[in-house]
Ligand binder design. Structure first.
Ligand code: SF4
Length: 233
């Protein structure tokens, strides 16, 4: 899977920075042309902010999901959040509005956030894939793999301490595992110097409300760890 930790991407980034440094030091023989910068994968470019990044990728056609989308769903929330909630992909409402978690599942997510004293505007919310899979099917591995560098770039730019994966698909894609959700939830995973919590997707809770107590335990644990982190940082 490509991403900031992929060796090819890391080498590419190192070379680009070294070339830029040489240029800044007055070495005029080494030039990076505008054309070559534009050909760079978006995940290794430097953006001023999330808005600039979104504007660069919102017409993406890298995977077949672009064919059925109404709106590209980049993500929303606090660009400096210490916690990002990650779902698998936009649903019908999200596709129509271009915002993540705004349908019935989104309303439940708002309630879950409110129960642990978070406003939506305090956190950041995004998905593994930015375009709606047809008929709300699960995103395919190849689609997630193609889109994942965008999420990794968002994470790099926002730099949160915590990531909460909502549902098995988001958790398996981010943590690169095939373990079932039951084995992934209930504690924190160390991931690239961040803490990842896994819990149920709000859409699953709408269908199976018996999982709500588990979700409550997970998000309480998340809030406690968040408060401890904020108290010590
Ligand atoms: S899902 Fe991601 S990779 Fe696929 S077209 Fe949309 S933005 Fe591009």
């Amino acid at each position: 899977m490509s991403g900031p930790n992929d060796p090819v991407t890391a080498l590419f980034e190192m070379t680009r920075k070294a070339l830029q440094q040489k240029q800044e030091m007055g070495d005029t023989e080494i030039m990076i042309s505008r054309e070559s910068l534009e050909r760079m994968p978006e995940e290794v470019k430097d953006y001023k902010d999330l808005e600039e990044f979104e504007n660069d990728i919102n017409e993406c056609t890298k995977c077949p999901l672009h064919k059925g989308r109404t709106k590209f769903v980049f993500g929303a929330g606090n660009p400096h959040a210490d916690i990002i909630f990650v779902g698998e992909g936009p649903g019908r409402e999200e596709d129509l509005r271009g915002e993540p978690f705004v349908g019935r599942a989104g309303k439940l997510l708002d309630k879950i956030l409110a129960a642990i004293d978070f406003e939506r505007s305090e956190v950041y919310i995004a998905n593994i894939v930015k375009c709606r899979p047809p008929n709300n099917r699960d995103p395919e591995s190849s689609e997630m793999e193609t889109c994942m560098p965008y999420l990794l770039k968002q994470i790099e730019m926002i730099n949160p301490h915590f990531i909460c994966c909502l549902g098995r698909i988001a958790a398996q894609a981010l943590l690169d595992t095939r373990l079932p959700l039951g084995k992934l939830r209930g504690g924190f995973h160390d991931w690239n110097d961040r803490k990842v919590m896994v819990t149920y997707h709000p859409a699953a809770l709408l269908r199976f409300p018996q999982y709500k107590p588990h979700t409550w335990e997970d998000v309480q644990m998340l809030r406690k760890a968040y408060d401890e982190f904020k108290g010590s940082s």
